[in-house]
Design a protein. Structure first.
Length: 400
């Protein structure tokens, strides 16, 4: 069997009354698991929160931008490199180079925006957009801007040359940013420049049964006269509280391929895998979706995090909670959830020969004490991310 390198994150996080990820009715998302309704936070919500957290640990040139307004974004880069191309010329160049690189249609939306591209209220044509969200790295945008400037004399003739068109596609498919390498990219019109995600994020589920509740609220008009006692506004907001099991896995081999893909032959083959793993660990563990955060102030962090470095396929421990946890004698769910993991993790790894894994445990409070025996206990998230990313780098060097 071919050896793999997989990093896993398992976390238990208790969230008080909150609505961090709501459905189309405004209620907290839920799912039926083990025959009962659980609180759920979608993988998309936590991936978005993780990407937002990257801004705290990475430089902008290490990240990407996902937007339909990619032509406008690229036009700004072109104008920065050649001021005389600012405005309509830069936009026209951006449209041509993006269409050549990605195959996507870049055109003004059928419904005009409220404001023109210049930001005023004139009834000019809306700025051209792609028909779907396009994900490009900072370095890819810079490379495409350089190509546009190079062919600015006659961009259509420039891109008719096969070598130049191939260069545009190659530019859009090399030097991927950390977030593109981790979360992937789909380009509907040019599947050959798709990027398969290295990270997989599960929907967070409560380890116990959850029922949504509804909060009735009122707001008082500050200008009400003394004899006016009625509310200026009334409403309701749904919420729940839960102890969530959170899980994510990173295929380090794919991450290595994504980050190293397309490097120049003369460039160093080293890729920032260790750094990417470190920022993903920190981002996924520390981030929190911000739905209704001002209304509930539910700023919690995980009570326990288990990080594993495997050489086999990923293994989620969610099955430990298929039978919903019931509260202990004091009414909490965290301690019995930890006991479930203590019993389940060694059993599943023994049964499937996945015992030779490196394991680190970061935990808080007496309720999580039993989990310390599952691996090497660390005292801080900084130590956890440093040890795990260093082990990943050592394994990559060892296996070439």
């Amino acid at each position: 069997m071919t050896s793999r390198t997989i990093v896993e994150i398992h976390a238990l996080q208790t969230v008080p009354p909150s609505n961090i990820n709501r459905d189309d009715t405004g209620a907290p998302k839920s799912a039926v698991y083990g025959g009962v309704t659980r609180a759920r936070v979608s993988s998309q919500a936590w991936k978005r929160a993780t990407r937002e957290h990257f801004n705290k640990g990475l430089d902008p040139n290490e990240l990407g931008v996902r937007t339909k307004q990619v032509a406008e974004l690229l036009a700004q880069r072109i104008a920065t490199k050649r001021e005389d191309l600012a405005g309509a010329p830069a936009t026209a160049l951006a449209v041509e180079i993006l269409q050549a690189a990605t195959g996507a249609k870049i055109e003004p939306p059928k419904r005009k925006s409220a404001k023109s591209a210049g930001g005023d209220d004139s009834a000019g044509e809306a700025a051209p957009q792609s028909s779907y969200l396009m994900f490009l790295s900072d370095r890819q945008l810079d490379g495409l801007a350089d190509l546009a400037v190079e062919g600015s004399a006659d961009i259509k003739a420039f891109l008719k040359e096969k070598e130049n068109k191939d260069r545009s596609k190659r530019t859009a498919n090399t030097r991927h940013s950390v977030d593109i390498a981790l979360f992937g990219r789909m380009v509907a019109n040019a599947t050959d420049i798709n990027v398969d995600a290295a990270a997989q994020v599960a929907h967070a589920l409560s380890v116990h049964r959850v029922e949504n509740e509804s909060d009735y609220y009122t707001a008082v008009d500050d200008r009400n006269a003394a004899d006016e006692s009625g509310a200026g506004m009334i409403g309701t907001v749904d919420f729940n509280s839960a102890t969530l099991y959170r899980y994510a896995a990173v295929d380090v081999d794919r991450l290595h391929d994504n980050l190293g893909k397309g490097l120049d032959e003369n460039a160093s083959p080293a890729t920032p895998v260790r750094r990417a793993v470190e920022v993903f660990l920190d981002g996924f563990i520390s981030s929190l979706p911000t739905g209704k955060i001002n209304a509930f102030g539910n700023h919690t962090l995980p009570d326990v995090v288990i990080v594993k470095l495997r050489s086999t396929r990923p293994i989620s421990f969610v099955s430990a909670f298929e039978r919903p946890v019931t509260s202990d004698e004091f009414g909490g769910h965290l301690e019995p959830a930890c006991e479930r993991l203590v019993d389940y993790v060694p059993e599943i790894e023994r049964a499937y020969g996945a015992e030779d894994t490196l394991t680190w445990v970061l935990r808080v409070g007496p309720a999580t004490r039993k989990l310390a025996d599952l691996g090497t206990e660390v005292s801080s998230i900084k130590q956890l991310t440093a040890l795990a990313s260093a082990a990943v780098a050592e394994r990559l060097e060892k296996h070439g």
